[in-house]
Each structure stands twice: as C-alpha cells, then as structure tokens.
Ligand binder design. Structure first.
Ligand code: SAH
Length: 468
C-alpha cells in the first residue's frame, strides 16, 4: 500500500535519527517526524514522500513516550536552535550515544563498536558562552511584494530579534534563551530600544538594505566579562555614544562593545572589520587553569563546563611525559596545545586561520608556556611537510571541523607512526569515515568517550584514542 501526502496515520516512534527527528514506519517505509521520541504513539500527517522515506508532522500524541518531559522552553515549538527539548535529559544522552555508535557501525564498519561512556552536564542550562541573535523586521519573514517598498526607517516598531526557524531565515522572536546567558535579554532590549529611539533600521537580507544585522555576545564563565558585538551593514552607527551609555547601564560586566562592519550580501555571520566602540578588544576566559584572550572572531568551545571535562579526557588518553613531542592539528587558539604543553617536551600546532594562530601565540606567552610552535596553514599542506622533515610526534591530536580530516593529512600521520592518535570530533559521520582510514592503516581503537557539549540539540562530541 502506498503512503499518501496530506493523509493522517497512526505511527509508533521506534528511534531518533541523527538530525533529531523521531523515526517511525508506515507499510515498511521510514517516516521522519520532528519533535517526537522513541515510544511515542502519535497521529501524524504526511508532508512529503520520497522514494525511500517520508516526512510527517505530528498532529496529536495518542500515547506519550515515558522519555517525554513536561518541562518546556517557551520557544521550542518554532525555534530551530534546539531539537530535543521535549525529551528528558538522560534520554537525550542515550540518543547521542546511539547516534555516535550507529555512525561508527554503519559508516565506519565497526560492527561491535560501543562508546566507553558519555558524560552529560549536571545542570544543562545557560551553558553557552556565545550567542548570536538575528535582527530583522516583519518584512523579512514574509514573501509579500511589499518587500520592495521597504525603506530604511519604516516599521521599526516591528523589529524582530531572535533565532531562525528550522531550515529557514524566518526570525522567531526570542527574549530569553534558556541555554544562553541571562544578560542577553536586557542587552537585546537595550539595542532594540536604541534602534527605535534613534531610528536605526533592521537589516533586510532579501534586498540588502537596513543597518543592524545581528547581536552577538560572548561571555567569560571565569571572569564574567561580556563582549557585545553589533553586526551592522554600515561603517558607523548613528548616535553611538547614546547606545554605548545605554549598554553600559545594563551591567558592569560588559567590558567590550564592538561594531562589526558586515556589508556582505551573503549570510556570513561576521563581516570584514571590527571597530571597538568602547572597552577592550578581547575578553579573558580560563580553561583548565590556562588564561585565554578571546577576540570577536576566535573559535572557542561554546560550553566551557563540558570543554574542561573533554580536555581532561584528551590529556588522560594522551598520557604525555616530558620527553614527548605532541602535534595538535586544527588547534584553533591553542587551547588543547597549551594544556598538553604543560606535560610535554614540545607541542607543534597547526591551524588554518591566521588570527587564531596570533591569539594562540599571545596566549602561550601570556601563560609563560614556551615549548610550543604554531603554524598558520592548512593541515593538508603543512602536516605532510613537517612530518617528512624529521619531526616524530609521539602523540597526534586531531580536532577537525565538521567535515572531518582528509586523506592527505591522515596518510602523512599514519606514515609517521605516532604511538597515539587522539581524534576529537563534533560530527560522528566524518569521525566514522576517518576512523576507518586509521584502522585500515594499522591502528586500533582502544578508548572512546562521548561528551555532551550541546544539551537540547542533537550534536555530540566524541574523543577516540587510537593506538598501534
Ligand atoms: N582544537 C580547537 C579548535 C577545534 S575547531 C579547540 O578545541 O578549540 C576546528 C578548527 O580547525 C577551527 O579552528 C578551524 O579554523 C580549523 N580548520 C578548519 N579547516 C582546517 C584545515 N584544513 N587545516 C587546519 N585547520 C583547519
């Protein structure tokens, strides 16, 4: 029997997919239904049918899963930020463990792979140290032809500030995001009041007009310092002294106010230049006893509480002594490198973003950690060169972006025969692919651990130790 679009079906949810949708079956066809969980029996309408799967929308819960929770974020129905709000936290961890293990089994071919453990948060709230709110106006969210009539100063009473809905650029207004810093709400209100008072328009990405594009905040969990970055399609802000004064009145924890000039027509988060409107150019945070200067564009893990647990496990797996050479590939601002350097003879680190390497070097000097060497280059270019020129690392740490590492880098690494390779990953699909390469090249997986750095979202971090 065929299944039909727009028709209603009773479905039992049997698992949760790697993108956070509940999975059920109708006549043998897999159906993905957002905001459901294993054990739910629901009524759903089918919204899209493809050859091998379909999508549906839940209409009613006939029998709720025991893993559902009554606790709710007020925005979770529409906001695209989190996928798992309806699920009890312990069960979220089980889902993430399953996602990682399924990737390793199905993509990596490790049929009996299981994670040693997964570590969640004691209090999985307010964990983010960085939040980006989108600014727009009601016109952004409609397809109406009036778009064209939009002009710079109209309709500021309808400014929207929030996050995008799932798979869309429609802004869902959000006052207080429960996984972010509590000061964001008053910071956002202050900036919107400034926009209304001073008639500064919201940016409209459809027609590339208007001024304020995003409000971006970074907060240091160790010092409490807050950096407010206003991303604008303009080289300066009208009446900026007024805005600065208003923001400084929100809390004395704000230590930097920065204008990010972003005149790009694409949706890049940050634009070409940062101008310090008031305060310092960086905030300072501490991880594992090491102080880091963080600039607006620096990569810094967004959940410091869990990051410390992750880094401690990396160092434990690495088991470094003071005769060891360590290589940290994809090092960002050198967070893992500087921690490893406390135990190693020398750490050699690679990162493609030159500004991050500048930060890493400053951080090394600031912390008086001098047995480090940083290279601003792509891994695929520099790792083979360094390793064929006589550098013999005992331990190589890899912490690539979501797309994973690549064959050139991995081949050079296995040819250098380090005793240990530690792979840190935020994407279990590419982790599984790269693990297969390492295992086919003679390494074995000896330890593995998951860390939940992103509660309520479907993302999970994994660290795997490979040994000869
Ligand atoms: N280890 C760091 C950063 C991990 S994020 C930390 O824990 O904070 C991954 C990093 O890889 C980013 O900083 C990104 O800029 C960098 N990167 C992306 N592609 C790269 C490449 N081809 N070569 C080297 N670094 C790359």
């Amino acid at each position: 029997m065929e299944i039909e679009t727009n028709k209603e079906y009773k479905i039992e949810i049997s698992s949760v997919s790697s993108d956070g949708n509940g999975v059920g079956h109708i006549n043998g066809l897999t159906v993905f239904i957002p905001k459901t969980v294993t054990g739910d029996i629901i009524k759903a309408v089918i919204t899209k049918v493809k050859k091998h799967y379909a999508y549906g929308k839940m209409l009613e819960i006939i029998e709720p899963s025991p893993w559902r929770t009554a606790e709710k974020c007020p925005y979770c129905e529409n906001c695209g930020g989190c996928q798992l709000w309806h699920i009890q936290y312990n069960y979220q961890l089980k889902i993430k463990k399953d996602i990682i293990e399924n990737s390793m089994r199905r993509i990596g071919g490790f049929s009996d792979f299981s994670l040693d453990n997964i570590t969640g948060m004691d209090i999985p709230k307010r964990y983010r140290n960085k939040t980006i709110f989108q600014i727009g106006s009601k016109q952004n969210n409609s397809n109406a032809k009036e778009q064209i009539k939009y002009n710079n100063n109209n309709n500021n009473s309808k400014i929207l500030c929030g996050f995008y809905a799932q798979s869309s650029h429609n802004i869902i207004p959000i006052n207080d995001c429960l996984i972010s810093n509590k000061f964001n709400e008053s910071i956002n209100k202050t900036i919107i009041n400034y926009m209304k008072t001073c008639k500064v328009s919201a940016y409209n990405e459809r027609i590339h007009k208007g001024v304020i594009r995003r409000i971006f905040t970074r907060v240091s969990f160790s010092t409490g310092e807050i950096m407010v970055i206003i991303s604008a399609n303009s080289k300066k802000l009208f009446n900026q002294e007024y805005l600065i004064n208003q923001l400084r009145n929100v809390t004395d924890k704000i230590t930097s106010i920065i204008l990010n000039i972003n005149t790009k027509k694409n949706s890049s988060l940050l634009g070409e230049k940062n101008i310090i409107l008031w305060g310092k150019s960086t905030i300072t945070d501490t991880l594992c006893g090491i102080e880091f200067f963080i600039s607006p564009e620096s990569f810094f893990q967004i959940n410091p509480v869990q990051t410390e647990k992750l880094y401690n496990r990396i160092i434990e797996y690495a088991d470094i002594n003071n005769n060891n050479i360590v290589m940290d590939v994809y090092c960002g601002i050198g967070t893992i490198s500087l921690y490893a350097a406390k135990y190693a003879k020398k750490v050699i680190s690679i990162e493609i973003v030159p500004e991050a390497i500048e930060n890493a070097k400053q951080n090394a000097i600031h912390n008086n950690i001098l047995n480090t060497e940083f290279y601003a280059d792509s891994a695929e270019n520099i790792v083979p060169k360094l390793l064929s020129h006589g550098i013999k690392p005992n331990v190589i740490i890899l912490d690539p972006p979501r797309k994973g590492s690549d064959k050139v880098t991995l081949s050079a690494i296995v040819k250098a025969h380090p005793e240990k390779i530690i792979y840190v990953s935020c994407n279990s699909a590419t982790l599984a692919r790269d693990s297969q390469f390492l295992v086919n090249s003679g390494y074995i997986i000896t330890k593995s651990h998951g860390f939940d750095l992103f509660p309520y979202t479907v993302h999970a971090e994994t660290v795997i130790l490979f040994e000869k």
